[in-house]
Design a binder for this molecule. Structure first.
Ligand SMILES: Cc1cc2nc3c(=O)[nH]c(=O)nc-3n(C[C@H](O)[C@H](O)[C@H](O)COP(=O)(O)O)c2cc1C
Length: 174
């Protein structure tokens, strides 16, 4: 993430980092209060993030691979989009709500590095973020081989930091 940001800032982009490890964003409770014009009943950090989501041109999601998927924190964050959806009067097949449409990208690390390592995470990203919510895909960096079973980081033994830097530099390249 830091390498990506370095590249993006060097190209003049303004980047704000929001750590879902430091902010508490709980999963949706499915109470449906928001479906009756009520604010979300959960009083956590999501409310303060809503204006930032709406202002951003691009949301870049950075996550370790946990149990072959995106982190539960990002999953919870995405579930809370339920309360900022507005009714789509003319929904395309399979979509019933409109969300703030943003560019979006995915940065992931994993310990393993098999051809199927990121299969579920990528499928979730494509299905939910792009096809369902409707974000415009700006690409993804899938950084396998970044960890060891002893938990020691080894991303610096790979080329992924350089790839992340280049991704940040070129995300809006012509
Ligand atoms: C709870 C937990 C679950 C994990 N699940 C997977 C997994 O399913 N597949 C995998 O390749 N790595 C898995 N890992 C390893 C992390 O993805 C890896 O340590 C991380 O991406 C490396 O980045 P870091 O050095 O920034 O932590 C898991 C790690 C933890 C702590």
């Amino acid at each position: 993430m830091e390498s990506f940001i370095k590249g993006a800032r060097e190209k003049g982009h303004s980047v704000e980092v929001i750590s879902l490890a430091k902010k508490e964003v709980k999963p949706c409770l499915g109470c449906n209060a928001c479906r009756y014009e009520k604010p979300c009943i959960q009083k956590d950090s999501f409310n303060e993030l809503v204006p930032k989501i709406k202002e951003a041109d691009c949301l870049v999601f950075a996550s370790p691979l946990y149990f072959w998927s995106i982190s539960a924190r990002i999953k919870a964050f995405i579930e809370r989009f339920y309360c900022i959806a507005i009714k789509d009067e003319n929904p395309p097949f399979g979509r019933y709500e409109k969300y703030p449409i943003k560019d979006c990208a995915l940065l992931m690390t994993a310990a393993d590095n098999n051809f199927w390592t990121f299969e579920h995470a990528v499928s979730y990203y494509r299905y939910v973020f792009i096809n369902y919510i409707g974000f415009r895909d700006k690409g993804m960096l899938l950084a396998g081989g970044c960890g060891h079973t002893d938990g020691l980081p080894q991303i610096d033994k790979t080329n992924h930091l350089n790839e992340a830097y280049e991704f940040g530099r070129n995300i809006y390249a012509e």
